[in-house]
Design a binder for this molecule. Structure first.
Ligand SMILES: Nc1ncnc2c1ncn2[C@@H]1O[C@H](COP(=O)(O)OP(=O)(O)OP(=O)(O)O)[C@@H](O)[C@H]1O
Ligand SMILES: [Mg+2]
Length: 281
């Protein structure tokens, strides 16, 4: 594959939220997309926004050998006792020593955030909002507020691995400037969730809502899914075949390298570069 230096300006400085049903393949898609985006010379900031899955995305990106987890990003903002749930308190996230809202006064990733908060590989930086650590810790709202407001300066493309389901829409985490990528596996639940996400995006004025079909074992499955999606089939920007190798690599704890799905994911990234539009156009 050739190294493509012509970047789509509309993707730079934007956030792609990878959403969908539990187990549909969100983290897998994030890891595979990261590799493609890196090859295309994007600066990629990957944010693990899932409070439940310990180390899942780290392993997919860096493999089991990686030393230590990055410090939870929520601690940069004062920890879960300082950061509030966005439903209880919609006010924007602020730094602990600065009252200006982070979404407006963006963070200089390398000057402000110390390396203990991230892992780096080439032009990719991985951060994680934080994980549920203790019994009775409370709701993950504070962690989602970090997902909502964490914005860095510059032209990096932010790829966010969201937690399963649609609760983040209920909390107004996705913003009209975001690009929402919904992942569907071969189930009716995935279709229902995609339809609900489409409705939430419409309500929120989010124009960039696209779908990826994953774990597609046959043309029959694909056409059934497309039929069930109805008019939403226009939103499908690509599909990834069912691939036993992805399961084996994931189970072994190795990083996802070049695989059959890479070509399909490269097509998805290329398609995304074509379809994405500027917000509020
Ligand atoms: N195209 C595929 N073919 C076969 N297996 C796949 C494919 N994509 C993902 N998987 C497998 O499905 C399982 C779930 O994938 P993954 O963890 O990426 O999903 P997820 O949506 O992030 O899950 P969660 O909701 O728990 O965060 C893993 O075992 C993964 O290897
Ligand atoms: Mg996941």
């Amino acid at each position: 594959m050739t190294r493509d230096r012509k970047l789509n300006r509309l993707l730079l400085g934007r956030r792609i939220l990878v959403c969908g049903k539990g187990g549909s393949g969100k983290s897998t898609l994030v890891a595979l997309m990261t590799a493609i985006l890196q090859r295309k010379s994007y600066q990629v900031v990957v944010l693990d926004g899932d409070a439940s899955n310990p180390e899942g995305l780290i392993r997919l990106l860096f493999g089991v050998g990686v030393e230590g987890e990055p410090k939870p990003l929520v601690e940069f903002f004062g920890g879960v006792n300082v950061v509030t749930c966005p439903v209880d308190d919609p006010s924007p996230l602020t730094r602990i020593d600065d009252e200006r809202p982070v979404p407006e006064h963006r963070i200089d990733l390398h000057r402000e955030i110390s390396p203990e908060y991230y892992l780096r590989k080439g032009n990719t930086t991985l951060l994680q909002v934080g994980k549920i650590q203790t019994y009775g810790q409370g709701c993950d709202g504070p962690l989602e507020k970090v997902v909502r407001d964490f914005m860095i300066e510059g032209e990096a493309l932010n790829l966010i691995d969201m937690k399963a389901g649609v609760e983040h829409f209920g909390r107004k985490i996705p913003d009209r400037r975001d690009i929402i990528l919904g992942v569907l596996d071969y189930t009716l639940e995935s279709v229902s969730i995609a339809k609900r996400m489409a409705e939430f995006c419409r309500e929120a004025g989010i124009e960039n809502f696209w779908l990826v079909l994953n774990k597609i074992g046959s043309e029959e499955v694909k056409s059934l899914l497309m039929e069930k999606l109805g008019h939403l089939k226009e939103k499908v920007i690509g599909s990834i075949a069912y691939d036993q190798k992805l399961i084996e690599t994931g189970l072994s704890g190795n990083a996802l390298g070049e695989c059959r799905a890479s070509t399909e994911v490269e097509n998805i990234v290329n398609r995304l570069e074509q379809v994405v539009c500027s917000p509020g156009r």
